[in-house]
Design a protein. Structure first.
Length: 448
């Protein structure tokens, strides 16, 4: 692995400026596709295109998929459709080609696919584009080794050699019947130890773990994690083998999903990168900031309605940040636990009520301890009876409410098919802040 230091990059740019094709090719030969993609971030578009034209087709295709989406868009915009089809799409696995096609408009998709030399691959890509991108069908590729259960071992090995020419990585050998239904997996060990077996079906591992083409990406990831698989076959509604998903594809999708959830929980309404322009980042961040501002204005209205109570006992104002902050923190903790349970499928319909009861017990303990600590502080430090009692009771009620609210909201959002990660962000914080302020003011006015 070569470290892309500032000196290395400057030297590379000088070679590009001199149009030294031989030296540039030599340097590219020593770089992995991911390294070249990282190098591209330091180059302008003309320099990037120059390097692309020097690479062999297979490496150029790999580098293209390693680029950030924005950089890839810029590059594709400058390249003719025929070149994209022959240099990139034709040298990609179908799942990568489909990912690339989804980033383009339909007219350009059709134009590029019409130039793909391998008509069969172009047809596979068209078929895969029909699937929802968040399903197993939208994630799978069609490159795999497939044998028939009625073949003899010698024929199986001969057919595998032919198929392997079109497959970059061989993870499993899948066994189908005459109707193309998935029947088993052929362990490589059996191929070595049973060279003269009469039929593959006598040595295959039956009833393999598989997912349906309509299953969600979350289901696919959980299946791969649960059974420690590196690839997973995909079947249709009647059990026919139609593709396979590899662990690297799943990890890419899971990482992107986690990034989206993290941004959503942080109050960012759409996917953004540090490289995005000012307007894109502003559009993604401003909506929740405006909602937060409205929440703040709501709090100011609440406080204005209790101006007399605050004027009678100004010390009450000292604990306004404590009430709001504690409610927000407790709500985020509760919702984060529930969102995690929904994500890894450990929180199912059968244990929703037990989870709510457990959260109620936890919040009762937390509320009691927090209220007691604040009570002791106010009793010995402030010595104000009204403040001591009202703040402690308010904190107790706020913690209880925030815990239950933080538990119920993500469950409700999940039931409504809305990303529950929304519940771990500003939504919970703002709501708990307003409700907490109402509780505090009403309790405080009762003891005034």
């Amino acid at each position: 692995m070569i470290e892309l230091t500032k000196e290395y990059i400057e030297n590379f740019r000088k070679i590009i400026a001199d149009r030294d094709d031989a030296q540039a090719k030599e340097l590219l030969k020593d770089l992995y596709p991911a390294d070249i993609a990282e190098l591209y971030k330091e180059l302008d578009l003309d320099e990037a295109i120059y390097l692309y034209l020097l690479m062999d087709d297979e490496k150029a295709a790999d580098v293209l998929m390693e680029l950030d989406e924005e950089d890839r868009h810029k590059l594709l915009k400058e390249l003719p459709n025929e070149l994209i089809a022959k240099r990139f799409v034709d040298n990609m696995e179908t799942d990568d080609a489909v990912d690339l096609m989804r980033e383009l408009d339909e007219d350009r998709q059709e134009e590029i696919l019409s130039h793909v030399p391998d008509v069969e691959q172009a047809g596979d890509i068209v078929d895969l584009l029909k699937y929802d991108e968040d399903t197993a069908g939208g994630l799978m590729g069609t490159e795999m080794i497939v044998v028939n259960e009625n073949w003899s071992m010698p024929k199986c090995i001969d057919e595998m050699r032919k198929q392997a020419e079109e497959v970059d990585e061989i993870y499993y050998v899948y066994v189908i019947d005459d109707d193309e239904r998935l029947k088993g997996v052929l362990p490589l060990k059996q191929m070595i130890t049973s060279p003269s077996v009469s039929r593959i079906k006598h040595v295959m591992k039956k009833d393999p773990i598989a997912v349906r083409d309509s299953d969600s990406i979350e289901d696919v990831a959980q299946t791969i994690e649960k059974y420690d698989l590196v690839a997973l076959p995909v079947i249709d509604s009647i059990g026919r083998l139609i593709g396979r998903i590899t662990i690297d594809d799943v990890m890419d999708e899971v990482r992107e999903q986690h990034e989206r959830d993290y941004q959503l929980a942080s109050g960012i309404s759409q996917d953004v990168e540090t490289s995005d322009n000012v307007f894109t980042q502003t559009a993604a961040r401003l909506p929740w900031l405006l909602i937060g501002m409205l929440g703040g204005l709501g709090n100011s209205l609440i406080l204005g309605g209790f101006e007399g109570s605050l004027a009678a006992n100004p010390k009450m104002a000292l604990f306004i940040p404590l009430i709001g902050g504690t409610g927000g923190n407790v709500g985020i903790q509760s919702s984060a636990i529930v969102v995690q349970g929904l994500a890894n499928n450990t929180l199912k319909e059968g244990n929703v009520i037990p989870q709510i009861l457990k959260e109620a017990v936890v919040s009762l303990i937390n509320a009691s301890i927090i209220s007691l600590v604040v009570f002791l502080y106010n009793f010995f430090v402030l010595g104000d009876r009204t403040v001591t009692i009202s703040v402690s009771l308010s904190l107790f009620a706020v913690v209880m409410f925030a815990s239950i609210f933080g538990t119920l909201v993500p469950m409700t959002l999940d039931r409504l098919k809305i990303d529950p990660a929304l519940a771990t962000g500003p939504f919970i914080t703002i709501t708990n802040d307003i409700i907490g302020m109402l509780i505090y003011m009403y309790v405080a006015s009762s003891f005034s």
